[in-house]
Design a protein around this ligand. Structure first.
Ligand code: USQ
Length: 418
């Protein structure tokens, strides 16, 4: 199968390309390298050294003996998107190329707008280009478990039966995003669902939990490493906790630490996406997969990291800073996840073994963590509009809007000293 992966240079896109190539699929990628720029914008970098994309392609050729096709370009440019789809006519598209950080979207109005404009525009461009160029292709769209929020009920896979005032229907489950980023995914979901109906497209919307880990079996060489972010904006809680332990910095579960999320190892996320690709939705079908393995509270993650850190001779302390986010710090959480197991999904990695693997890698790259140790401390407050302390303190730059995107109309103060 020929698969187009948008965001192929990213944390998930890169190992997905390797995973598919290793299994005989043809992969073509798109990226504009905006994540590399934006991580720099907050003064950070990947703990793992990431080669340039041409060097990544050369490593794939050498190690797998296969070509990884690539287009450098921006999904904000419809002519570009249509050109790629017309030229490649892929069997499937895995759409990962979105601004993926909730904290980044909460910095100020400009980051909120950039997140939503880019994410929604890129998705709409893909939907229209699919209609014009490859209407039989299957879209696997990366959404997030965070679209549902944390309701006090079980969470179905996308939709549920409702009875109201004596009448019944099957309807989308209510979405309650917890950041401008999460809302962009909610709006995307509505657009993909609608497009599948009017354009008769095949679509799978993946509600993915928090991914952890830095390795998959295909990453056999340092040139094939995927990125590992640990700063406040781009690093997820578990990745950050391990980096904090390596740095001797306190581990920071926010607030009461009883926030629960669904988690999935990187390798199992690749397995899930491949299963979705190999078992496509029918024409006109919009289906939703809840993609995670197990739920943990943030306190459980912190405790595990602390326990496993001791095996490496580290003695981290756990501190609870006030929660900078606006979120429930204690809540019910029980999402259903049955559709992927029904396709043959089996969990292959346990949390503890992956945490040990991350420690092993991060200790190798400790000097890269040391060189950016200031970025692990949380500074952004979600409650205060336009505070922008993170950018002012660290970066001194405007958000990196994608090419062809006009600058925001009023952004003179982002990161500027005045
Ligand atoms: N948290 C801490 N301490 C930290 C960092 C985070 O307690 O130092 C807490 C947050 O307050 C939150 C939880 O950990 O309650 C998860 O935060 P996170 O930064 O690990 O993940 P999140 O912002 O939810 O976003 C990540 C990915 C995003 C993906 C999402 C899946 O960045 O792309 O969509 O996980 S989900 O969480 O299911 O929405």
């Amino acid at each position: 199968m020929k698969v187009l992966v948008t965001g192929v240079d990213g944390y998930s896109g890169w190992p997905l390309a390797l995973h598919l190539i290793a299994r005989g699929h043809e992969v073509v990628g798109i990226d504009n390298f905006v994540t590399r720029k934006r991580v720099k914008e907050v003064g950070s970098w990947s703990a793992t050294p990431i080669p340039s994309f041409p060097r990544r392609q050369a490593a794939v050729k050498e190690i797998f003996g296969k070509d990884l096709g690539f287009y450098r370009g921006d999904l904000q440019n419809y002519a570009f998107v249509r050109h790629v789809l017309e030229h490649e006519r892929p069997d499937a598209i895995v759409h990962l190329a979105e601004q993926r950080s909730a904290p980044y979207s909460m910095i100020d109005v400009h980051h909120a707008v950039a997140t939503q404009v880019e994410n929604l525009t890129g998705t709409l461009h893909i939907l229209y280009a699919m209609k014009e160029a490859c209407p039989n292709a299957h879209l696997v769209k990366m959404g997030t478990m965070g679209e549902y929020g944390t309701p006090n009920t079980d969470i179905p896979e996308g939709s549920f039966d409702v009875e109201f005032n004596g009448r019944k229907d099957h309807m989308p489950f209510p979405r309650q995003g917890g950041s401008w980023y999460h809302w962009s995914k909610v709006f995307d979901s509505g657009d993909v669902m609608f497009a599948s109906r009017i354009f008769n497209l095949r679509a799978t919307d993946v509600m993915q939990g928090v991914i952890y880990g830095v390795r998959t079996p295909e990453i056999t060489d340092d040139r094939l490493l995927t990125r590992f972010d640990f700063d406040e904006t781009w690093g997820t809680a578990l990745n950050r906790f391990i980096a904090q332990a390596v740095l001797g910095s306190p581990i920071t579960p926010y607030g009461r630490g009883e926030q629960k999320r669904g988690f999935l190892a990187l390798e199992d996320s690749m397995q899930s996406l491949r299963l979705a690709l190999e078992n496509p939705a029918a024409p006109g079908e919009y289906r939703v997969f809840n993609q995670f393995d197990a739920s943990y509270s943030i306190n459980e993650l912190a405790d595990r990291v602390g326990r496993i850190a001791a095996e490496f001779g580290l003695k981290p302390v756990i501190e609870h800073p006030a929660d900078p986010r606006v979120e429930a710090e204690q809540h019910y959480y029980n999402p259903i996840h049955e559709r992927l197991p029904a396709l043959g999904y089996k969990r292959s990695r346990e949390l503890d073994e992956v945490v040990r693997e991350i420690f092993t890698d991060l200790l190798r790259f400790r000097r890269r963590l040391e060189a950016r140790r200031h970025v692990v401390v949380p500074t952004v407050q979600w409650r205060v509009a336009d505070s922008g302390p993170l950018l002012q303190a660290r970066a001194g730059s405007e958000p990196t809007l994608n090419a062809e995107q006009p600058p925001p109309p009023t952004s003179p103060s982002i990161g500027s000293p005045a």
